[in-house]
Write a protein that binds this ligand. Structure first.
Ligand code: AKG
Length: 275
């Protein structure tokens, strides 16, 4: 599927852009299903997600989401009185993390040959999908995602995780498109997110600075797919615009390698999901 030029570009830049990998029908089906999942969910104000303040995250709820489908509120969804400031469908930060196992709409997408082929062409022997997230980046309150590398969360030796980032809607500078650090995947892993029992800690490994002033904005069209290397630093700004920026992500590791038992996301019941 990938030609020599694309492989070289991935080695050089750490990412590839595949235009229009989702049809309009795909996007509508995925978006409608995400909102139906919010409708059905039992929501509790303590179920929040934030990358700027991890203390806001309810550990039990988060850890339990590894093998099921849960909705997480935006940290800015509530006012001082603890009330939602926007309708609940516009207050959710993300849905995760086993949509590809448990939801037929998301499972069908994850099983399309094209996505496994990309992973194989980028060096994986047995592409294994660990995590699926629908990230809403809601109008006005969509939170910032701080600079990070996904291998911090999906650690294998050697590093193998690939991130698939599907734009379900146009992603622009105004609504919080991704920022990448092209070439930055050749640098070290800066931190690692460890799980010991039910305790989660982010441990610094290397003090190489994040590319806060040198990152490259990646505005993309609805339907486009970005695939990037697990060491590629990436970021997205808060959304203060009136447009949402829905995205769908897959985190895919090479199932031929041992998956670290200290990674937060473990799948003792579901097992591996080979693509
Ligand atoms: O969609 C975003 O804004 C960030 C997504 C991300 O960082 C990830 O999936 O690793």
């Amino acid at each position: 599927m990938l030609n020599a030029e694309q492989r070289q570009a991935f080695d050089r830049d750490g990412y590839l852009l595949f235009q229009q990998q989702l049809s309009e029908t795909d996007r509508k089906t995925l978006i409608d299903r995400a909102y139906a999942l919010i409708e059905q969910a039992e929501l509790d104000p303590s179920h929040r997600f934030s990358t700027t303040d991890r203390a806001q995250i309810n550990n039990d709820f988060f850890l339990g989401s590894a093998e099921t489908v849960r909705c997480f509120f935006e940290e800015a969804a509530f006012n001082d009185a603890g009330e939602l400031t926007q309708p609940r469908a516009q207050s959710i930060n993300k849905i995760g993390h086993a949509l590809h196992d448990l939801d037929e709409v998301y499972r069908e997408l994850a099983q399309r040959d094209v996505f496994a082929e990309i992973a194989r062409d980028l060096g994986q022997q047995k592409p294994s999908l660990y995590q699926t997230m629908v990230i809403f980046k809601q109008p006005r309150i969509g939170g910032e995602v701080v600079w990070h590398q996904d291998a911090s969360f999906f650690y294998t030796e050697p590093s193998s995780v690939l991130t698939y980032w599907f734009a379900l809607e146009d992603a622009t500078l105004e609504n919080g498109c991704l920022w990448l650090d092209p070439g930055g995947q050749t640098g070290p892993l800066r931190e690692r997110f460890y799980r010991h029992g039910d305790e989660l800690t982010m441990v610094a490994l290397d003090d190489t600075p994040w590319p806060t002033d040198t990152g490259t904005a990646m505005p993309v069209k609805a339907g486009d797919l970005l695939v990037f290397h697990g060491h590629l630093p990436h970021y997205s700004a808060a959304n203060r615009s009136t447009q949402s920026r829905m995205a769908l992500t897959f985190h895919v590791v090479d199932g031929a390698l041992p998956y670290a038992t200290e990674n937060w996301l473990q799948r003792p019941t579901l097992g591996e999901f080979f693509m």
